[in-house]
Design a protein around this ligand. Structure first.
Ligand code: LER
Ligand code: MN
Length: 272
């Protein structure tokens, strides 16, 4: 498995779930601390220059693990299940540009809270709005060789697609090769039955994983059953990214350092 950390630009909202801010500084820190990659949480596709990003990654022997889109929802209010046509156009344009960026960096674009809420509407209507946009972005992603990773998110953040089973059912309906899943163990701890069983039941779609402890602090700082997580993931040969998407507690440097020490230390056998 490979280890990554969630980062954002300097202008990211205070509530962005990232450890470091400022893309260049974050890349240097991630490399110094011993990460293999960074996940870029972007509000807008033009927040980073492609040439600078390549240079910083090259200088620090780091990869982009994925582009994440939570800030598109949190900061700009755009989402897949919006009925407003102007907003849908803006969301589609943003996703196409994220996909273009991912075709050079990492090849994966996340859909977390950007799926949008049900918000009291008829579920069939919401699903149709979601499926319509899902196919449009999947068409563009297919041309660019990019995969879309749908993330189950807990009920306190959004009321649509909360656990892995619900997400798999949606992915079956979408039925596109490049539409897969990004489980986040923080959300799974709230929504799924047994984390290990749920990973195994839904293994065909598991493409990328977010790591945090039960309190959303660094792995090892809560009461998550990491043995169950590593054993279930490795039981089906998962060898992809594990990205720390944690609160910067007690401060960003300590949280990022503790993550590396715990995962590469206690669970080092999975990171070779
Ligand atoms: C939000 O809680 C989260 O986990 C993000 O990765 C998705 O927007
Ligand atoms: Mn997440």
């Amino acid at each position: 498995m490979k280890l990554s950390v969630a980062i954002a630009g300097k202008e990211a909202m205070p509530n962005a779930f990232v450890v470091f801010r400022g893309v260049k500084e974050s890349i240097i820190k991630a490399h110094t601390l011993g990460y293999d990659g960074v996940e870029l949480a972007l509000k807008r596709p033009d927040e980073v220059s492609k040439s600078e990003l390549s240079q910083w990654l090259r200088e620090n022997s780091l990869e982009v693990s994925a582009i994440s889109s939570g800030q598109v929802f949190a900061a700009r209010g755009l989402h897949f299940t919006d009925e407003n046509q102007e907003n849908r156009k803006e969301l589609y344009k943003t996703f196409c540009e994220f996909i273009d960026l991912a075709s050079d960096f990492g090849g994966l674009v996340n859909i977390g809270r950007t799926r949008g809420p049900i918000a009291g509407r008829d579920l069939a209507l919401v699903e149709n709005l979601f499926l319509d946009m899902a196919h449009k972005v999947a068409d563009h992603a297919e041309k660019r060789g990019v995969e879309l990773i749908l993330e189950p998110v807990n009920r306190y953040e959004i009321d649509f697609l909360n656990n892995l089973d619900e997400c798999s059912a949606m992915l079956k309906k979408i039925n596109r090769k490049n539409f897969v899943m990004m489980p986040d163990v923080f959300h799974m701890n709230i929504e799924d039955d047994k984390i290990g069983d749920s990973f195994i039941r839904n293994k065909e779609y598991v493409r990328y994983v977010h790591f945090a402890d039960t309190n959303r602090h660094a792995p090892g700082d809560g009461h998550m059953d990491w043995k169950e997580i590593f054993e279930s993931l490795s039981s089906f040969g998962y060898d992809g990214w594990t990205t720390a998407e944690i609160l910067p507690y007690p401060d960003p440097d300590t949280a990022a350092k503790r993550t590396v020490e715990y995962l590469r230390g206690t669970w080092g056998q999975y990171y070779r």
